[in-house]
Design a binder for this molecule. Structure first.
Ligand code: ATP
Length: 323
């Protein structure tokens, strides 16, 4: 639930929080001529949040603290900065101070982890600046601006559970019931999304050349997964989790196999690499089971760190406005 503290008059700063995502299905089509892949994915927003505060300023700047902070670019390459600039442009805010914001990002979502943390920060910045500047764009309009920044940004604005098509940016809400409890195991080092896709293409080409698999076809939505989500039954959902990028992520970080196997040994209903990895997501029977899996994986050394989270949760939302 969104909790907003109201203050009188124009506010000087706004804080938004935004969840990470796990892909319940990630089906990747063949490489297109423009270098992208058509995707069919089922996004699921989970309760691991970054927080972004935007404060009026003469010029735009960014400060990043928390999990993986030093790995995040501080200049115009930062997705949150790009989001603020894009929203200022789209709403005609020009001139000294008009579109300037100091952006403070408090990260809990690890960087380059397959959890869309950068996209999440962009989404939080769009939502926070929309509120700070009182420009009144709709969620759909924010998603449209977000899609130009990254294919996961619209989902981070919307949250919940949604089907993504195209590059993942064309969203339709999914009919889903129930709550899902997860243990999330973080890898020792990040993985570059572009390199994981390139490895996926190479592995597929090699398997096709060796006669071991047909060339990748157009991705399709898993009907059994959607039925399991409608039923709201984690025991049905677990075995139906799928990720076409997983073989590539495992070939780049073979130690992830151990984490996945250990999570299954601890009774996870499903165990999968999240997005382009290296985070491994384990669907648990409940909150206590998720905590047990996270503790077991951390203490066995199968991952750098682990936490529990649950979903679905709403997308980027304002939590605080201050004078
Ligand atoms: P994807 O959305 O492709 O799954 P990811 O979750 O694997 O991405 P991110 O945490 O989004 O990875 O980071 C990908 C890269 O984006 C980082 O290596 C970093 O250089 C860059 N980046 C730009 N802005 C940010 C930001 N605000 N937070 C994190 N990374 C950012």
């Amino acid at each position: 639930m969104t909790h907003v503290t109201q203050v009188d008059g124009p506010t000087d700063s706004v804080t938004a929080r935004v969840p990470a995502k796990v892909n319940l299905q990630l089906s990747v089509g063949p490489l297109r001529e423009d270098g992208y892949h058509d995707l069919v994915t089922v996004f699921h927003a989970v309760s691991l949040f970054d927080e972004v505060t935007v404060t009026r300023a003469d010029r735009t700047s960014v400060l990043v603290t928390g999990e993986g902070g030093p790995a995040v670019p501080l200049g115009p390459a930062n997705l949150a900065v790009r989001a603020a600039v894009a929203l200022a442009r789209a709403t005609g805010r020009r001139g000294r101070g008009a579109g300037g914001v100091k952006i403070e990002i408090r990260k809990r979502i690890p960087v380059a982890a397959g959890l869309a943390g950068g996209s999440a920060d962009a989404a939080a910045t769009l939502v926070a600046c929309n509120d700070l500047w009182q420009v009144g764009l709709s969620q759909a309009e924010l998603c449209e601006i977000g899609a130009d920044l990254g294919s996961d940004v619209p989902f981070a604005v919307v949250g919940g559970i949604a089907v993504g098509r195209g590059r993942g940016d064309v969203l339709t809400p999914a009919l889903a019931a129930g709550n899902y409890h997860w243990a999330l195991a973080f890898g020792q080092a990040g993985l570059s999304t572009a390199e994981v896709y390139a490895t996926c293409d190479r592995l597929r080409a090699r398997a096709t050349a060796a006669g071991n698999r047909a060339p990748a076809g157009e991705p399709t939505l898993s009907t059994p997964l959607m039925a399991a989500l409608r039923a709201g039954d984690p025991a049905q959902v677990g075995p139906l989790l799928s990720n076409d990028l997983q073989p590539a992520a495992l070939s780049m970080q073979p130690e992830l196999r151990r984490a996945l196997a250990e999570g299954r040994d601890y009774g996870a209903l499903g165990a999968i690499v999240s997005g382009s990895g290296p985070t491994c997501a384990f669907l648990a029977k409940g909150a206590a089971h998720a905590r047990d899996i996270a503790v077991a994986l951390t203490s066995s050394g199968a991952c750098r760190a682990a936490t529990r989270a649950s979903g679905p949760v709403p997308g980027a939302s304002v939590v605080k406005a201050g004078a």
